[in-house]
Design a protein around this ligand. Structure first.
Ligand code: NIG
Ligand code: FE
Length: 413
């Protein structure tokens, strides 16, 4: 079926099929007064001026009137922990008393609380809470997201979580990309024998996950007191041998060497990077690793902010994502992280737009299919309650999405 989105006041999109780095990240296409033609879910043409669109329309065409609004590619959230049971609002008073994220984890709370609850949940319960969160994401403009497992931390419950991601992908309009993250924390029963847990990940979980085609990527929480650089390397190399591409939670809370390891392993992405040093960032830049930054997590943990300007200067492609999870960033919306990226990282609106579309798509190996508005790509679009790009980085704390188009179809919100 043919869809035409007409009366676009401003079309803002990065261009290309791969991540944009350095100065290129801020060079986007801005086309005033235009329209988009989509056929069977894919963009067929980005039109000339609004006046010429009549030629693209026949009786069967579905017409969406953008009424002069800003249109961008659908947002791509390339880092979430969406499938879980066990919200952690009870940790808020502890946080306010001054306990740190790692203090709470060390006391058996934090991720481990959510692990207990997730183990008790059925597949259907995980899917139901996941579905609610996906609805919220879509209403806030996200049309594709990556989702990590990592609240099961045993073979059965990691598989259950990844199945929930796979099933949600089938039933929900949003596209989901699965990542295996059995190395998200050390489960209580392995507290005093971490090496046995690493062995379980490598010898049982990774072969099972890869064998059943349940994930595309493998991620590790490389952090002081969680997985060391050597343990992370062993897990990610094992994942790679089984076809799971490496990603790393790197240098989130302390400088732990994760960025350097990401470069060494030619990881697809290194994520967080709040405390990454120059040497690690240079290693990443030399090896094609994408920096996935999570400004909502810095905000919520009261941490400092990743050095995004330095990363751009070093010619690294920067992506921005939510990190949606019940502990360090409980929000499904990418919009506040986008505002924070602009105000705290001092990235320009154009750089942030690229970070949440094309570069985020590249961080989940989807840059050939999504992340920009060009012929051949999926017709995933956001129509904003805004007339220009600056507005969505300026008017904050509310949902500025007017409507969403997913694979050429208007999504009812
Ligand atoms: O990216 N760092 C580890 N994982 C998440 C937090 C998960 C949780 O606290 O439940 C993060 O911040
Ligand atoms: Fe995370």
């Amino acid at each position: 079926m043919k869809t035409v989105v007409k009366n676009i006041g401003l079309l803002a999109t990065p261009l290309g099929n791969k991540a944009r780095r350095g100065k290129e990240q801020g060079r986007i296409s801005l086309v005033p007064n235009t329209y988009i033609v989509a056929c069977d879910g894919y963009i067929a043409a980005v039109g000339g001026s609004n006046a010429t669109f009549a030629g693209a329309v026949d009786d069967a065409t579905r017409i969406i009137d953008a009424q002069g609004a800003l249109v961008t590619p659908g947002l791509v959230d390339c880092h979430t922990h969406l499938v879980f049971s066990g919200w952690r609002q009870r940790e808020l008073p502890l946080k306010l008393q001054g306990l740190s994220y790692l203090d709470i984890l060390r006391q058996g709370g934090g991720i481990l609380y959510t692990v207990n609850r997730t183990r008790q949940a059925t597949l259907a319960q995980l899917m139901e809470s996941g579905r609610r969160s996906l609805d919220i994401m879509l209403a806030h403009g996200t049309t594709t997201c990556e989702v990590k497992s990592g609240y099961g931390l045993n073979l059965e419950d990691e598989i259950k979580s990844l199945r929930a991601i796979g099933e949600l992908n089938k039933i929900h309009p949003l596209d989901l990309v699965p990542t295996f993250m059995g190395a998200h924390a050390i489960p209580n029963e392995y507290r005093h024998r971490k090496s046995d847990y690493v062995k379980l990940i490598c010898e049982a979980m990774i072969p099972a996950v890869a064998g059943q085609n349940l994930a595309e990527f493998c991620d590790v929480f490389c952090e002081d007191g969680v997985f060391t650089v050597d343990e992370s390397r062993a897990i990610l190399e094992c994942g790679a041998r089984h076809g799971l591409l490496p990603k790393i939670h790197a240098d989130e809370i302390t400088a732990s060497g994760g960025a350097g390891l990401a470069g060494e392993l030619q990881a697809v992405s290194a994520e967080h990077l709040i405390h990454a040093d120059d040497k690690g960032l240079v290693m990443m830049a030399q090896n094609g690793t994408i920096a996935v930054l999570l400004p909502g997590t810095s905000f919520y943990l009261g941490e400092s902010f990743a050095r995004a300007g330095k990363m751009i200067e070093l010619n690294l492609p920067v992506a921005v994502a939510t990190d949606f999870n019940p502990g360090s960033c409980p929000t499904e919306s990418l919009q506040l992280p986008m505002n924070i990226a602009c105000l705290k990282y001092r990235l320009t609106p154009a750089e942030v737009l690229t970070a949440v579309t094309l570069n985020a798509a590249a961080a989940i190996h989807r840059a050939d299919a999504i992340g920009s508005i060009e012929p051949g790509k999926q017709a995933d679009l956001v129509i904003w309650n805004a007339a220009d790009l600056e507005y969505i980085f300026y008017h904050w704390g509310i949902n500025l999405v007017r409507s969403v188009v997913k694979r050429g179809k208007p999504v009812s919100l």
